[in-house]
Design a protein around this ligand. Structure first.
Ligand code: SF4
Length: 328
């Protein structure tokens, strides 16, 4: 017999929205009911978001970041060792794009550390030139960027240079953003950047991190905030506590909690691309297959910014073995 809240959530399969009351009840599920929830999330994925998405990134500028994000090795405010290098050359970006395409990634994202760029900034102009070069050489690759906060003008410039998606994570329940980034920027600025991107028809990739010490209700608030912003792609990460950051001793989130959160995001955002990103390999280990059946329809593959991932070929093989995903 299915739990009452799951029976109520089945309406998502018929195209209805998950109401807040049902979502809140789902947060309290445990034990065998959790497997029923996972099963429903998987059915919703197959009905509304069956197409698999693989994307890759290039870390185009690393470290020495003035922002004080508590989880990040690249922040100058933290005492974590991280690679520091200035913006890489256009050739390096082109080579990374070629490798991503070769490996079957559909999207390729240029990522730089930092708060963001003014429109006339020299580095920003170099990134725009690199975007032109990637588009010219690999016209079938979806080109993305993640460069920090944007103004209306910088969002427009990226769109004009063929950037079709932009990563800008909300990370947490917006009401709790100040717990994660103490002083240098706030959730309101991040949401404003997302609105600038939407105004330029750039697809927005925005998600969050599980395991920061947030509650299940915080995860629901994040999912609802992303829904309200109508983001297109939702990358979900599990915290990898990095020595030297304030979150280095953070208790690990349990795998049932991660499964429940992934399923909840699928039910709140049934038609969106949900990507399982950092922490998948190192924190979730043997649970990866189960978690991929809890609602995500894509993942970041081939490594992250400051931590290693798995080779793309291994990820493709995992997708293949999961059967219902037909990795392309
Ligand atoms: S998450 Fe981005 S903005 Fe924050 S410290 Fe790291 S590189 Fe800087």
């Amino acid at each position: 017999m299915l739990h009452e809240s799951i029976l109520s959530a089945y309406k998502v399969l018929e195209g209805a929205e998950l109401d807040r009351e049902t979502a809140a009840a789902l947060l309290r599920l445990k034990g065998p009911d959790l497997l029923d929830l996972i099963s429903l999330a998987n059915k919703v994925r197959l009905r509304f978001a069956a197409e698999p998405h693989l994307c890759s990134i290039v870390n185009a500028k690393s470290g020495a970041c003035p922002e004080d994000c508590r989880y990040c090795a690249q922040s100058l405010a933290n005492d974590a060792p991280s690679e520091v290098f200035p913006l890489v050359s256009e050739e390096t970006i082109l080579a990374a794009a070629g490798a991503a395409r070769e490996n079957g990634a559909l999207c390729f994202c240029i990522v730089t550390s930092g708060r963001g760029y003014p429109e006339e900034n020299f580095e920003f102009r170099r990134i725009l030139a690199a975007a032109d070069a990637v588009r010219a050489r690999y016209p079938d690759l979806n080109l993305g960027a993640s460069l920090g906060n944007l103004s209306g003008a910088t969002a427009r410039a990226l769109a004009d240079h063929g950037v079709t998606f932009y990563n800008h994570n909300l990370q947490v329940n917006p009401a709790r953003y100040g717990d994660l980034v103490a002083t240098t920027h706030g959730a309101a600025e991040r949401m404003e950047t997302i609105r600038h991107l939407k105004a330029c028809s750039v697809r927005v990739c925005s998600g969050g991190i599980f395991g920061l010490g947030e509650s299940a209700e915080d995860r629901l608030e994040l999912a609802l905030a992303l829904k309200a912003l109508d983001v297109d792609v939702v990358p979900l990460n599990v915290l990898i506590p990095i020595p030297g950051t304030p979150l280095q001793d953070q208790d690990a989130v349990t795998m049932p909690e991660v499964a429940k959160a992934l399923a909840l995001f699928r039910l709140v955002l049934p038609r969106k691309v949900i990507k399982f990103a950092a922490g998948r390999e190192t924190r979730c280990r043997d649970f990866q297959g189960l978690l991929l059946l809890s609602g995500p329809n894509g993942f970041l593959t081939g490594g992250y910014l400051t931590t290693r991932g798995r080779p793309v070929a291994e990820d493709r093989s995992l997708l293949h073995e999961l059967g219902e995903f037909d990795a392309r």
